[in-house]
Each structure stands twice: as C-alpha cells, then as structure tokens.
Design a protein around this ligand. Structure first.
Ligand code: GLN
Ligand code: ZN
Length: 756
C-alpha cells in the first residue's frame, strides 16, 4: 500500500488574493515592506498548515513567490543582471525592479522579459545570463529562510527549487557564453544551496526539471547528464541530503533511462499529461527509489476518479515496490484556485464535482490511504452521468461533414470578389476591436451587473459610447471601423456567460503573472448558443456609419484554451461545440448586414503541445479545422478577419494560412519583423496586418516611425495584401494617446499610398 503523499507546489496568491492586494499597495507605497512580508508569511503558513493537517508527507517550501519562481531562482543563484543591482535598492525592491521595471530617483530600467510557462497561462520571468555573472548561493537565502519559517511552525518541509537544466534552458544569453559554460559554476551553486538547507535540518531537496518534458536533443541530454552526475554525488556526499527529481507537464521519454540510472532518491513523474509515463515505468524503475506518481491533476478543477487512479497504481506496483510509491499531484497546484468552499453561488451538486487545491490535497491522502468510505463516495459521484448530453448539440455535431470545414470559393477567388465589393484603398486602416475602457465604461457595466441601472440605461450609455467611437474613427479617417467593445469585460467571459454549458465561479482565481490573476470559466456541459450575443451592438454600430463596421467575436480555440475544460469528452469535441455556437453568431451577423467579421484567436498558440512531434496530431489537426468550421458557410463577399496577440508563428505559418481567414492582424511591433521573412518564404496568401505600433506602452509612435515600419513590411508583403493597424486592442490605453497614435497611423498609410 502506498501511504506517502507529495505536493509540488501550493497556490500563493491568497484565498482572497491577499498577496495581490498587499503587493499592489506596497507598489503604491501605501504599506511598508515589513507589512508585505507579514502578509506573505501568513499565506505561507496557511498553505503549510493545510497540507500538514491533511497529512501530506512531502510538503514543499520555497514554492512561495512574490512574483515568480524562476525569477526567485535567478536571485537565489546570484544571476541578477548588473543594471538592477546598480540601482542600489533593497533586495526586495531590486527583485521587483527586475520583475516589472523601475522608474524613479534611483534610475530607469525596464523589466526582464516575461514568457508563458510551458503549456499553462502562467508566465515566468526570463533569466538573463551575461558573461560576467558569477553564480553562487549565500548561506542565508530564501529557501533556508522559508524552511526555517515552516520548522518554527512545527512543519518539516521539502525545499523545492527549479533545477539547473531547466534554468539554463529558459535563460537568455547576452554574451559569448552558452548554457554549458555555466554548468560547473551552477553545480557548485546548487551544492552551496543544499549545504545551507542541510545545515538548517532539511532531509530532502526537490529539484524541478520540467524542461525534460520537451524534446531533448543529444547535446541537451549530455548537458543534463553531466550536470547531474556531478551534482548528485556532491549532494549526497557533501550536503548529506536526499534528492527528488521532479518533472511535470508531460513525460520524459528522451531522458528516462538516464534519469533512472543517475541515482536520484525519488523521481517525480506526471501521469496526467505524460502520455508515455506509464509505459516508461513499465519498462523498469530503479530499486530503492521513491516514485512520486503525479496522478492527481494539478491543472484542472475536477475531482479525481479514485477507481481509475487505483487501477493505475496497481499497474505501477508491478515494477515499483509498493512502499516506494508516493501519491502526488501532476504539477504544482499553483494552476488551480484555493478551495471550493469559497464558492457560495454554485450548488453543492455542482461543487461536489470540483476539487481545487485544498480539496486535491485531501484527495491525495484519501487515495494513498485507501480510505473505504471516501472510495465509496467517489464511486457514487462517478457512477452517474454528470451532465446529460444535449441532443441538439449531439445532432449538430454528428451532422458535420467534410464540407463544413471548407469555405468556398477558394481564397484567391474570394479576394478578388472582396476587393471589388469593398473598394478599400491600398493599405486599409483598421483597429483590433476595443477602444479605451475608461472608468465610466467600466462603471456602467458594473452598475448594470449590480442591478442599480436598468437594461435600457445600460444600453443607452453603451450606444452613446459606440456613436462617439464611430465618429472619432470617421474623423481620424480609418477605413474599417469597430464598435469599441464597451459591453465586454473580457473576450472569453463575454461569450462564455451567454453560452449554454458554461459555469462561472465566484472565486476561482489563478495567478497568471505577478499580481495578475484570471478566473477561467468552466465548461460544464454541451455548449450551444441560445440567442445572438453581439448582433444587437454590431447592427446598431453599422447603422451609425456608411463605412464598413467589423463584427467582433472570439474564436472557439481561444474560448476553450482560456476555460477549465471538461475531462469526460475530448478537447476536440468541446472546441467543435463552441465552433458551432460561434458559427451561428457569424451567420447571424452576416444576415444582419455585417460585411466584415473578425474572429479573434488570441490564444491559439497557447496549447501547442510541448513536443513538436505532437503539434499536429494532438492539436493543430483539429484546432485549425475548428476555426474553419466557424466561418466556412459565409458568403464569398463576407470578409473574415482573425487576430493573434503574438507573432511567434514562424513554425506554424502554414497552419495559420490554413485557417483560411481573409485577413489576419497580429503583433509585430515588438518583434524584429522576422515574421515577415517567414510570411514571404511560406508564400502566405492571407492578407496581413502586422501591428505597426505597440499598444502595451503609452508611447505615441511618430508618422515617420510607422511609415518606416510599413516600408519594411512592403519589402516582404505584396502591397495589395497589407493592412495597417495597431498590434492589439486599445482597451488598456487612454483616449489621448490612442487618438494621437491613430492619427499618425492614418497619416502614415496615406503617405505610403501617395508614394507607391
Ligand atoms: N478584439 C479584442 C480587443 O481588441 C482582441 C483582444 C486580444 O487580442 N487579446 O480587445
Ligand atoms: Zn491581441
């Protein structure tokens, strides 16, 4: 019987987002560093106590972070770029300077870049390694402090830290030195760290190496092996500490044999996302080593099916001594909310199916102990069908045929028809959808939600804003207009809240980056559309202008990727259901006179599998067709736009073209326009609007700057295919800078028209 349990990481933002609010106050100098530290200590204590009360064996420490664990690791190892140290600020202020930039009396430095953490919606800070950085760990460090803090509370923890291989994998290198050149120094730094922990009384250290779930090249494998050969023996001999190698977000097929041979004391593997993990373990597992079996999903909010988990454990016990099997989470619980007890509005029938972090640690314990009563209750929960199938949705799905994925006539034919119909000038100008969401816009929505104003009042206000927004766009001389999205708080929630099959939580906040949290909606049942969701607004907007008004929708892949998906049916099926619902909206918009419809796929790239070999079979092969399903039935003269909030699609460029949209706008202003070469090389046929300025900053781009960017684009893109637009929606910007920027954008387009 497996009796031990392990958690990789616990949420830290606070059950009521205490850390978010305290940090924001601290940034505004409304509270002191000591007060912020106090909140942090309370949150850490809360998590440890919950885990200790649940009887978890391996409780992590150092999983707490004021901003991000990768940034913590950089600071722990001494990998702090000189420009931050040069500010001469306190350690905490220096840390925040690197996390989100600093502008003040001590100087002016930008933040380190931020990137998506594997296939999650969490973002990490990218470490920067220059040639003259000296890696080393102080005796008194964050890991030791937090270990001691837990010890004082009577809780023995396992300090956890991002491993050397993953750290080197994620870092950027500014000089001549490459990953391998830092290996020796880094090994010594980890030894210093382990010694400090061992001195403080730690028996174990957990080293997280999620980068092992990517495709690992021969060279990378050699680097990994050389680091750990050295490190493991030193940790055992010099630091006298036991080592967990913790992996997550997939299987480690490329290095499994090496991992087994290196001599770790425990190996943590992901059985939820790791398709091959079971197969790997069945091929053999080292003796006298703990297997931390990550079987409780750390990423989704559904209860675990104990029977299925037990069946898996039986299989594992063939190769692993039973007493060495530890029941664990598949990844850090950072990616799920705190507790379902904070949900007051959902019925207990529904909540019975949910397990957030605090419920998940109880699940670990119940599975490990083989608790009969718990098993019975769990069996009952899974015995009945959670939701009845929606017959109409099932019928619609069954009726989809090949032709539903093919828009006719083909692209070239449509392009001709559309150019004739719209008679737009060369380099048509447009925006991505939203206009500044001023506080009055937000107040109007909030008042309507609270019920303090009537629907008429709410609509009237928004219509006034739409009319103003249109007038502004006409004055600016934009060619294709938008209504401004004043009725939307969020591009997914707006649709989710109107679709059947979706549930909204009250408190299911998950950290996205720093103090920013998101509250993904839950796909509960089959998804369908009851009523038009956007038609009223778009029709009103079109009635206010002779110019063309773009309808504005969110695409099915993005809606699903930013939700907690179901686990009882495939992602493909869920996406198709959403696609059919959005398709109804598309056709309704068209029927009501909307001639251009934009379907945003802001998050398409997000769930691209971590292994290249899985990209198509596991994802693109259904995600791209799902987008086509949405628009395949429109008339040839209806123009379909899509938008993506990034430009890293060089490697999936043909798939993007295969979405068969007529126009795509995307972020390009911050990238070095490399994407343009890729477009040219791929013979990209979709018309393109690479964003000509960065809406993430308050800066107003000059006409010259925009013209320059456009000229560069024209080297690579046919002039008939180039659109001119900002790189994303304007909702986070102020009116003044928006107007100034758009004025320059239109002027630049006009100048270019006059000169080609
Ligand atoms: N249409 C949306 C907007 O303009 C797109 C947002 C996004 O790409 N994230 O706000
Ligand atoms: Zn965007």
């Amino acid at each position: 019987m497996a009796t031990r349990t392990s958690v990789i990481g616990f949420p830290r933002i606070g059950k009521n987002r205490e850390l978010k609010f305290a940090s924001e106050k601290y940034f505004k100098a409304e509270i002191s560093a000591a007060e912020l530290e106090k909140t942090a200590a309370e949150l850490r204590a809360y998590g440890w106590k919950k885990q200790s009360d649940a009887g978890i064996t391996f409780i992590p420490s150092n999983d707490f972070s004021f901003y991000d664990n990768v940034l913590d690791t950089a600071f722990l190892l001494g990998a702090v770029p000189a420009r931050y140290k040069a500010l001469g600020l306190s350690p905490l202020e220096t840390y925040f300077a690197a996390a989100h930039g600093y502008q003040g009396s001590a100087g002016d430095v930008k933040a380190l870049p931020m990137k998506k953490w594997f296939n999650t919606n969490y973002h990490y800070i990218v470490p920067e390694l220059s040639d003259n950085i000296k890696l080393s760990v102080a005796d008194q460090n964050k890991a030791v402090t937090e270990f001691n803090e837990a010890k004082t509370l009577g809780i023995k923890t396992v300090p956890t830290v991002i491993g050397a291989y993953t750290f080197l994998h994620l870092a950027t290198y500014t000089g001549q030195k490459k990953a391998g050149d830092f290996a020796t120094e880094l090994v010594n730094a980890y030894v210093q760290l382990a010694m400090s922990l061992s001195t403080a009384g730690a028996e174990w250290i957990s080293i997280a190496e999620p980068a092992l779930v990517f495709d690992v090249s021969a060279e990378e494998k050699a680097l990994f092996a050389s680091i750990y050969k050295d490190l493991i023996s030193k940790l055992h001999k010099e630091a006298n500490i036991k080592i967990i190698l913790q992996t997550y977000f997939g299987d480690i097929r490329d290095v499994y044999n090496e991992v087994c041979e290196l001599g770790f004391d425990a190996i943590g593997l992901d059985f939820v996302e790791g398709k091959k993990t079971l197969e790997l373990v069945e091929s053999g597992f080292p003796k006298d080593t703990f297997l931390i079996a990550g079987i409780v999903n750390g990423k989704n909010i559904w209860r675990a099916d104990y029977q299925k988990k037990n069946e898996l454990l039986v299989k594992l016990a063939v190769k692993v001594e039973e007493q060495n099997i530890v029941i664990g989470t598949s990844c850090s619980l950072l990616h799920v909310p705190y507790t379902t007890t904070s949900e007051e509005k959902l019925s207990s029938d529904i909540l019975a199916h949910f397990a957030y972090a605090e419920e998940k640690i109880v699940e670990l314990k119940e599975i490990a102990s083989g608790d009969e009563k718990a098993l019975e209750a769990n069996k009952k929960l899974f015995a009945s069908e959670r939701v009845a199938k929606d017959a109409a949705v099932q019928k619609a799905l069954a009726e989809i045929s090949e032709s539903d994925f093919v828009r006719k006539p083909d692209f070239a034919e449509r392009e001709k028809i559309q150019h004739k119909t719209f008679k737009l000038p060369l380099f048509p100008t447009t925006t991505i959808g939203s206009f500044p969401q001023t506080s009055e816009v937000r107040a109007n929505r909030a008042a309507y939600k609270k019920g303090t104003i009537s629907r008429e009042q709410y609509v009237e206000f928004n219509q006034k804003k739409i009319a103003e927004c249109i007038k502004l766009q006409e004055e600016l001389g934009l060619d294709v207009l938008v209504h401004g999205e004043f009725e939307r708080n969020d591009m997914v929630e707006y649709f989710g809240s109107q679709l059947n099959g979706y549930l909204f939580t009250q408190n299911a906040w998950v950290q996205s980056y720093g103090t920013r949290c998101v509250k993904p909606p839950v796909v509960w049942g089959d998804v369908s559309r009851n009523n038009p969701m956007t038609v009223e607004w778009s029709v009103f907007a079109q009635s206010q202008t002779k110019k063309i008004m773009k309808g504005m929708l969110t695409g099915p892949v993005t809606i699903l990727n930013w939700s907690f998906p179901r686990e009882d049916i495939s992602l493909k099926e869920q996406t198709q259901q959403i696609a059919l619902a959005i398709r109804e909206e598309v056709l309704d918009l068209e029927k009501n006179g909307i001639k251009i419809i934009q379907i945003d796929e802001a998050a398409l790239r997000e769930k691209l599998p971590l292994r290249r070999s899985d990209w198509h079979t596991e994802y693109l092969d259904w995600a791209i067709p799902a987008f086509r399903l949405v628009h395949s039935k429109v008339l040839p003269q209806t123009q379909i736009h899509t938008h993506m909030c990034y430009s890293e699609f060089n490697d999936i460029i043909r798939d993007i073209d295969a979405m068969d949209a007529d126009v795509i706008t995307f972020e390009a202003s911050r990238a070095d326009l490399k994407i343009l070469d890729a477009l040219k090389e791929a013979n990209f046929r979709t018309e393109v609007g690479p964003g000509v300025y960065d809406i993430h900053s308050a800066r107003v781009p000059s006409v010259e700057e925009i013209t320059d960017a456009l000229k560069k684009m024209l080297d690579k893109v046919q002039k008939e295919k180039l659109w001119v637009n900002p790189d994303c929606g304007l909702k986070t910007r102020g009116n003044e800078e928006t107007i100034a920027s758009l004025k320059n954008l239109v002027a630049a387009a006009k100048e270019l028209r006059a000169n080609v």
